[in-house]
Design a protein around this ligand. Structure first.
Ligand SMILES: [Mg+2]
Length: 243
């Protein structure tokens, strides 16, 4: 995708999962652990449960529901098994512990953040809630990169609406004290990461992680469109002339 104007911004905001954090393994591993746990208390085999979990995941994410307690209640309903509140809570704990164990920073993140800071950009995260107040912020803190950022907006915890709604981006602009056209947002999902920031006048770049991405996602019918697509954050440094 070709940029047809010079991008002159003072702040760079990032999505979190799949943009800064490589959670592809974490997501799979956490699902598998839950399937294992559920197979030990039901008669279903793990593959069947895994399929149910994936279906519920897609359905829940499409309506902006990130609370794993709700997810696992839905899984139990689909499997037609009764789970107590304690059992659900245990699953949620095991799920996030497994997730943390297998998530890691993409290797281009630290060098890019350091360079952007050196070039004087203000940095932030705009991410959706993990479904429970404080959970996502705690995860970011434990991942050890919160100190790099001037602001962290957890949509759904700090705001009423989650991405793709513009509210979390309005909140970020308010904290920065900048107009939208002085800010750029980098995310990995066209459906959730483009409409919100575009609605408030930000530039938007989509990063293709895992060499795969939903490129089916990116086509001529997409509206609004991202301003550019990159394969690595290092390309962002070039776009922002921070070299
Ligand atoms: Mg993401």
């Amino acid at each position: 995708m070709v940029l047809n104007e010079k991008i002159n911004v003072r702040a760079v905001l990032f999505d979190y999962d799949d943009t800064i954090m490589d959670v592809s393994e974490a997501r799979n591993y956490a699902r598998q652990v839950i399937a294992y746990e559920l197979s030990s208390i039901t008669n279903f085999d793990q593959d069947h449960i895994l399929g149910v979990i994936k279906d519920v995941e897609i359905r829940m994410e499409s309506v902006g529901q990130f609370d794993r307690r709700i997810w696992f209640k839905e899984v139990a309903k689909a499997l037609n098994v009764e789970l107590s509140i304690d059992e659900i809570n245990k699953l949620v704990r095991v799920y996030w512990d497994s997730w943390r164990l297998r998530s890691r920073l993409f290797p281009d993140v630290m060098p890019t953040l350091s360079e952007l800071r050196r070039c004087g950009f203000r940095l932030g995260i705009v991410t959706n809630t993990d479904g429970e107040p404080g959970l996502k912020r705690g995860r970011i803190r434990r991942d050890g990169i919160d100190e790099f950022f001037d602001l962290i907006v957890v949509a759904g915890d700090d705001t009423k609406y989650v991405k793709p709604h513009p509210e979390p981006f309005i909140r970020a602009l308010h904290i920065l004290g900048m107009p939208g056209n002085e800010v750029i947002y980098i995310g990995d999902r066209v459906s959730t990461d483009v409409p919100g920031p575009k609605a408030v006048g930000m530039y938007v770049g989509i990063i293709k992680r895992y060499n795969s991405l939903n490129t089916g996602d990116i086509n001529d019918n997409i509206n609004p469109k991202p301003d550019f697509i990159i394969n690595s954050l290092f390309e962002l440094l070039r776009i922002l002339e921070c070299l």
